[in-house]
Design a protein around this ligand. Structure first.
Ligand SMILES: [Zn+2]
Length: 379
């Protein structure tokens, strides 16, 4: 059965893609389908601007600066104003999407939105049982800033979808909710912070298990559901413990275009553009590290991998780009390096970034600390 994940425009494209990818990793009868918006998300030509000093940054766009400060401060202080829609509005958006895309009645639509709802639930189901919404914002408030919000969002998606299979209608869902939390997917979490217990256990209690049998939920479907629940729980606990135990995630390099994944973090992808990827993989290949001023020696290697990752095939453009990268008199390599490291930080967080970033004293060898036994290359 197809589950269409509809991204509301204000919900980050990147987090959306990550949630989708997390759910798609587990094979089974449930097929998670993208709303297609990320097709316009081309990695090839996304260039980031690096502000080298505060002055130029502030002069050109002081508005952005205040914006960045605002984003950093993710702790909610009260009174806190929040955009809110009614459940009816949210389900109407699902219905509009169904019409637009001609989605058959037998398929499910799940709206992912940062906008809150009038009843202040994490998510809910329409009377038809075919439309759902999940609130994608404010997770940091319950789990703290270290949370990778993909996990609670994916968790909410999968438990709402399973309720569709476990119960005949909305009334049955409400009747079977646990008002006292016991760490089951059917905990109501009236006090919203109880969600933490529910996600830590990510389990189904024996009573709820009987609904699977009563409603004749197929073994393949149940298997997929439990695989996803287990996967989310493991990735969340791995993240917490890996910091304490200094145990980094395995890095998986997959396919011809060498996509990079953190296998133990729910398959989180490190999204590098072709040039960044070529440089990162070069450093990964040489554990002893490289001296930046000697990058010229690796021109052929860099050019070969860069052209594999690029969609465009003009050799001139590729050669020029690599020439800039290896030129010791250009700043390009420093910019690319700092972009790679920033993306690593954004992907795995400050506490784990140390294992993967390219580091070294100025003029000395720079290297990636990760034990290469934790790197797997897959076809
Ligand atoms: Zn239960």
């Amino acid at each position: 059965m197809k589950i269409h994940l509809l991204r509301s425009p204000e919900f980050s494209q990147e987090t959306y893609s990550n949630v989708l990818q997390l759910l798609q990793q587990y094979r089974g009868p449930l097929q998670f389908v993208s709303s297609g918006n990320e097709d316009g998300f081309s990695e090839d030509f996304i260039e980031e601007k690096l502000w080298l000093n505060k002055d130029s940054f502030e002069h050109k766009k002081s508005v952005s600066f205040s914006h960045i400060n605002m984003v950093k401060e993710s702790k909610i202080s009260f009174p806190f104003k929040e955009k809110t829609k009614t459940w009816k509005q949210l389900f109407t958006e699902c219905d509009n999407y169904r019409r637009l895309k001609n989605i058959p009645d037998g398929e499910i639509v799940v709206l992912l939105t940062d906008i809150a709802n009038d009843k202040n639930w994490f998510g809910s189901v329409s009377p038809s049982m075919k439309n759902y919404f999940i609130q994608t914002s404010n997770w940091e408030h319950f789990f703290g800033n270290g949370i990778d919000i993909r996990f609670p969002i994916a968790y909410e998606v999968i438990i709402w979808v399973m309720r569709y299979f476990m119960f005949a209608d909305n009334d049955a869902i409400l009747k079977n909710i646990h008002n006292t939390p016991i760490g089951c997917i059917m905990d109501f979490c009236k006090d919203k912070s109880q969600i933490i217990l529910k996600m830590r256990t990510a389990d189904v209690c024996p009573t709820c298990m009987t609904h699977f049998v009563a409603r004749d939920v197929s073994i393949l479907l149940s298997q997929q559901f439990f695989d996803i629940l287990d996967g989310i729980r493991k990735s969340m606990t791995f993240r917490g413990r890996s910091v304490l135990l200094h145990k980094p995630s395995i890095l998986e390099i997959k396919g011809r275009t060498k996509k990079i994944f953190f296998a133990d973090l729910g398959g989180l992808e490190l999204r590098l553009n072709p040039k960044e990827k070529a440089l990162f993989l070069l450093f990964l290949k040489y554990p002893e590290g490289l001296i930046l001023n000697e990058l010229q020696d690796f021109r052929n290697e860099l050019t070969a991998s860069y052209s594999t990752f690029c969609n465009h095939t003009e050799n001139d453009a590729i050669n020029q780009s690599i020439s800039n990268l290896i030129n010791p008199f250009e700043q390009d390599r420093d910019i690319v390096l700092s972009r790679i490291n920033k993306k690593i930080k954004d992907t795995v967080g400050e506490l784990l970034m140390d294992f993967y970033t390219i580091k070294g004293e100025r003029g000395e060898r720079k290297k990636i600390k990760l034990d290469r036994e934790l790197v797997t290359y897959l076809p």
